[in-house]
Design a protein around this ligand. Sequence first.
Ligand code: 2M8
Length: 464
Amino acid sequence: MDASTLDEAARRVLRDNDLGGMVKAAPALYPHQWSWDAAFISIGLAHMSVERALLELRNLFDAQWSTGMIPHIVFSDVPGYFPGPDVWGTTSARAKPGGVLTSGICQPPAHAIALARILDIARSRGGADAARAEAFVTEHLPKIVAWHQWLTDIRDPSGRGLIEIHHGWESGMDNSPRWDSAYAGVTIDELVELRRHDTKVVTDLADRPSDEEYQRYLTLVREMKSVGYDDKMIEKVVSFRVRDVFMTAVLALAADETARMADSLGRGDIADQQRLLAEHARQGVLSTLDPVTRRCRDFDEIRGSWIPAESVASWSVALCGGDETVRREQTAILAGPRWAEHPSLRFKVPPSVSPDDPGFKPRTYWRGPTWPFLNWLFVWALRRHGEDALADRWREQTLAMVADRNFGEYYDPQTGEPAGSHAQSWTAAAIVDWLADPPTEHRAVPRPRPIRSQRESSTCRDRS
Ligand code: 2M8
């Protein structure tokens, strides 16, 4: 497969899914704007038009709640998704801005990672693109700060350094085994009629969560809706409260990138504050480490216990760093024979659950498949940690996987077949970005220097 054919096909997906002010996450399965999808999508768009990429993020940030929360869905007027705006019932939520329809929960804060990438792309082009991107970042830095602040103040009031979620959908890894024990504690108070649209689009039912899982998802929505999505009240009524280690790792990286953007625009005040936030989040991630298995763990607030389930999120330090020994150790595990180099895998990239796990399901959503956008995130993070050889391998293996040009939402890691939706926007966007930035010394866009947490840099200084 030649790169230009793949690149053209990926760009076509983004163009075809473009509704004007937002790119649908997928043509039929997800006909709206999803929060963290929009972040990755905007990176792909930036290679086609910086202006269009910024518009994508503007549309999302325009729907930011007055609390600072970025909602997980901004609805278009395309019908067909369940649960739609009527089920969410956020029109009565005091914090939601007028004129938009949104869900009432959030998703991982990948936005500053995307915006920093777009800023780099725009600056490497110079001229009007650079000026446009800089103006956009200057305008949006306070919104990003408010978003990160909401996550830390509202979702981590005790200052533990770990972000709490109230729905598996907030994690973005909806039916991951990470959430099984917490969902088991959600009592379905009422069996509602499921007008599921996803199972009409994705014909293989094994690809999607079950009806029972959906009843639990909707129970949580009802609980939050019953208090008008009021942050203080939600904590009291919701029956799913988990500290999400992976979301916290994403926040650490996003805060780093906010600091980098702020520094470059003369906002040292914001940069300093975001660096502190990043450091705090990293310490939170490290605090979850299981001393025996070396995994990061989520913490169930309701049961007061760690969640032992293993998943790709167990290796969150490989993503965000914070302790060089642990980062190397976790990277080696994720790159090793239980994960990316598992002998049964068609392409050597990390699946969402290890094939050695008894609960591994190769086609079922977040219980086994490989997600190309997640590989993009790991590749991006690996490069920041100076792991170029591994980053190149995962990039090259993912490109081989998507060479069929279906742009699957996820892939069966053992057969390499696409599953879920095809023409999924964030899959296409990851490919556009990678193909514009080949693994050679002639890179189109400069990469940020490898990160070191404050603790690590002071350790280095101490040693010198
Ligand atoms: C999936 O989640 C939505 C609910 O938010 C769904 O299944 O209906 C997840 O993979 C999520 O991470 C993603 O953002 C969304 C849209 O691609 O789909």
